[in-house]
Ligand binder design. Structure first.
Ligand SMILES: Nc1ncnc2c1ncn2[C@@H]1O[C@H](COP(=O)(O)OP(=O)(O)OP(=O)(O)O)[C@@H](O)[C@H]1O
Length: 763
């Protein structure tokens, strides 16, 4: 149905300005849309597969639609039409000027036109082990079998997405023990996460020849856990668990202490990113002396690095990276000890080899020096941890370090439909730094991946929400569904949508609430003060944005009591000794008071313009944060604010969302059957029946920082971004929906360059 009554006025769906749709759809849920014919409440449909339309909530009301159809064809020039005895004003747009993107661009299927290849035959059961596997229903395909039963020497198993890496790795371990009589304690099995290690152990138990005791004798775990065990065995005094800086905040505290000595402002410096940089250097085997700092920010971080290492040495503390660098030192300083381990480990099996970093690689080289039995499984197309020092380089050049190496490619994808696999193949094939390979699917699906084109982030969330509702009414369970995005910031709108619904969902533990971000909190502080001039918390929040120190609050409080002024009024009397700053502070009072009664969006724009908020953000912009810029956060805030008419409602909403973020994270541990909201990075190794990829536009995926690097002549970050899209696409089994919002952060957006040719082909 194209027509409805909204606030006493007839509206036609195709004349509503596009940016109003989400707001109308929300108001419809509160009963503000009715059918002009029968007077019943109607809803606005905003989904992926069908055009926006009005629909009766309780019945299909075909007669209403027929009547409306007939009425609309009577006389288009008339000022009013008569429907069912009511005289109603003729339709017109509900905004004076429809926005630039009014038209609804229909979703369409992504089709590559490639045929599905024939499936491989099962492996010939050339030994008892393979025969046994096929009897237990975990048969291997010929390439998997070749890898599992490989004889001796270094082997690189190039395993495409969904090609059964876990199956191959566990089967290899079991094969070596069962068929080759390798003693379990001569085996080392390295995984990327402790969860993966636990899964491997559980799977190993399903092999008849394996039991808890034999698995216990194997050395399994992450690089960190294995090398920590070695260190604490040989240098017990140094490597006690009590001395571990296990939490990020502990490391940050040390860095902040060092920063204070260097007069770095705590609020103006991204200590989390500095820690990331230090970790990157350590994993690349660079020391505070040898680290190469490429810009002023890195030079500052290098100084912090030196102080951080000094502090740890003095207090006899260590962090996770030290477990690797420490072990490297142990082996290089004690060749005899290294030799004992070289003799012990006959076989080293490594998962996710594409994400190995320099120190891990060097350690493996040392440990495998005698037997050279490195069984490395990885997919260069899924290397996405460059910022941690990982590099696909080691996988790409494996044969250089291991000249006798064999390479086996697993090219059958057992996870995704042919439609998903071929679309993912089309995307990744454009990367230049990769080993040539192609994945083949095992089955066809009735549905193809889909690209859809919401107006903006809010509409993207609304459409996905509707689609999830439809899926859950069908054969899908919440746990079958994942929503993936490039950075946490990209999940703001969908989080907000789900937070007000009854759908169970979970988020990454480290996902900070959008409204807890420093820039956002500070801006909301201005809005809060416009409602309550005595709000101390709000004053504290806005001080940094006015370039004032926290201590000034005490003086303001005293002044407020002595001179009977509100805290807000005290701004006009603050003495800083700088006339330009004092003049600016005098403006604070009238500007904040002028916000009263305005919409939150307008209020934000005024603070930005009148109180120098943009200058404040610009200044913070020098902090070297590659992924999140304050100015972008403010743009996101404006998109979020757009839906609200009153500042108080928006502030209440922000509080609710902040509280929900904590609540959801608390529930995460117990919630089994829930929709997953995750960054693409965190989704690696996982699979879902249905996947939504958010924000497939330039600037988001690929991220701005990669585009900037590309403009400066470095194409590697852009290739990593393409791999991220590939990883996201290959998480889907059969249902994949890629969102290409037409506007992002309040501006027209361009389709992700990774998708343009594929979408063109599909049309
Ligand atoms: N030979 C096989 N026959 C049938 N199914 C298989 C076979 N090998 C693996 N699978 C199934 O294929 C799916 C993907 O396997 P797995 O998760 O191990 O792939 P992966 O290589 O680790 O994927 P990714 O790297 O994309 O995370 C799993 O559901 C697994 O059980």
């Amino acid at each position: 149905m194209k027509t409805a009554l909204f606030n006493e006025r007839i509206i036609q769906i195709d004349q509503v300005a596009r940016e109003e749709l989400v707001s109308i759809s929300n108001q419809a849920k509160q009963g503000q849309l009715t059918c002009p014919v029968c007077g019943e409440k109607v809803r606005l449909y905003l989904g992926i597969y069908k055009q926006p339309h009005f629909y009766h909530y309780s019945n299909t009301a075909k007669e209403c639609e027929d009547q409306l159809q007939a009425a609309s064809s009577i006389d288009e020039s008339a000022a009013s039409v008569e429907i069912n005895g009511f005289t109603l004003p003729q339709s017109r747009s509900i905004t004076a000027e429809p926005s630039a993107v009014t038209g609804f661009k229909e979703a369409y299927e992504i089709k590559t036109g490639t045929e599905m290849l024939q499936q491989p035959k099962s492996a010939i059961h050339s030994n008892a082990f393979l025969e046994q596997l096929s009897k237990t229903g975990t048969a291997l395909d010929p390439k998997q079998a070749e890898a599992v039963c490989f004889d001796e020497g270094p082997l690189l198993v190039l395993a495409g997405a969904g090609s059964g890496k876990t199956r191959v790795l566990t089967a290899r371990a079991a094969y070596l023990i069962q068929e080759k009589q390798v003693s379990p304690n001569q085996l080392m099995l390295v995984t990327f996460t402790s969860k993966a290690a636990a899964e491997m152990k559980a799977r190993l138990l399903t092999f008849p020849s394996m039991n808890k005791s034999s698995i216990g004798q194997m050395v399994t775990g992450t690089f960190h856990s294995i090398f920590f065990r070695i260190l604490s065995f040989h240098e017990r005094d140094i490597w006690s668990g009590d001395s571990l800086l296990a939490k990020e905040w502990q490391k940050e505290q040390i860095l902040k202490m060092a920063g204070r000595e260097m007069n770095l402002d705590e609020k103006d410096f991204s200590y989390d990113l500095a820690l990331q940089q230090i970790s990157y250097w350590k994993n690349s085997l660079q020391t505070p002396q040898s680290a190469s700092a490429e810009n002023d920010w890195e030079k500052t971080v290098k100084d912090l690095f030196r102080k951080y290492e000094q502090y740890k040495a003095e207090k006899q503390l260590f962090d996770f990276d030290d477990m690797l660098t420490g072990c490297y030192r142990l082996f290089t300083e004690n060749p005899d000890l290294a030799q004992r381990y070289q003799e012990r480990f006959h076989h080293i099996l490594i998962d996710e080899f594409q994400d190995i970093n320099t120190v891990q690689y060097e350690l493996i080289k040392i440990l495998s020096a005698k037997h050279k039995n490195v069984f490395a499984v990885g997919d260069d197309d899924q290397s996405i941890y460059a910022f941690r020092g990982s590099s696909p380089h080691f996988l790409l050049h494996f044969e250089k370090d291991y000249p006798q190496a064999n390479v086996i490619s697993l090219s059958q994808n057992y996870r995704s439909s042919h439609e998903v696999v071929s679309a993912a193949n089309e995307v990744i094939k454009l990367n230049k730094e990769r080993r040539l390979k192609k994945m083949n699917a095992q089955y066809k699906s009735l549905v193809s991946p889909i690209a859809f084109f919401p107006y903006d982030e809010e509409e993207e969330a609304a459409m996905i929400f509707t689609d999830i509702g439809e899926k859950l009414e069908g054969a899908f369970k919440p746990e079958d569904i994942a929503i993936l995005y490039r950075t946490h910031a990209g999940s703001r709108a969908i989080f907000e949508k789900l937070a007000y619904s009854s759908f169970p969902f979970k988020i990454d533990q480290d996902a900070e609430s959008f409204y807890d971000k420093f820039i956002i909190k500070s801006m909301l502080g201005f809005l809060k003060l416009s409602i309550d001039e005595e709000d101390q918390e709000a004053v504290k929040l806005i001080l940094p944005a006015l370039f004032m120190k926290n201590q000034i609050l005490q003086d303001m409080k005293a002044n407020s009591i002595l001179n009977d002024m509100t805290l807000l009024e005290c701004f006009a009397h603050v003495k800083t000794g700088y006339s330009f700053q004092e003049a600016k502070l005098k403006k604070v009072v009238p500007v904040i008071r002028s916000l009263k009664g305005l919409s939150p969006l307008r209020a934000i724009e005024i603070v930005e313009k009148e109180l120098g908020y943009s200058d404040f953000i610009k200044k913070r912009g020098n902090e070297g944060n590659k992924l999140e810029k304050g100015s972008d956060e403010l743009k996101d805030l404006k998109v979020a604010a757009k839906r609200f008419k009153h500042i108080s409602d928006f502030l209440e909403h922000a509080d609710h969302i902040r509280a929900m973020n904590k609540e959801i994270k608390k529930q995460n541990r117990t919630l089994e059957n829930a929709i997953t909201l995750s960054t693409i990075h965190r989704s690696k190794g996982l699979e879902y029946k249905a996947v939504y990829i958010l924000g497939a536009v330039d600037g988001s995926l690929p991220h701005d920082h990669a585009l900037e690097a590309y403009r400066n002549g470095d194409s590697l970050p852009l290739e990593e971004e393409r791999r991220l899209l590939y990883v996201a696409m290959t998480r889907a089994q059969s249902s994949l929906a890629i969102s290409v919002p037409q506007n992002r952060r309040g501006k027209r957006a361009n389709t992700s360059r990774f998708l343009t040719s594929l979408l063109k082909k599909s049309r």
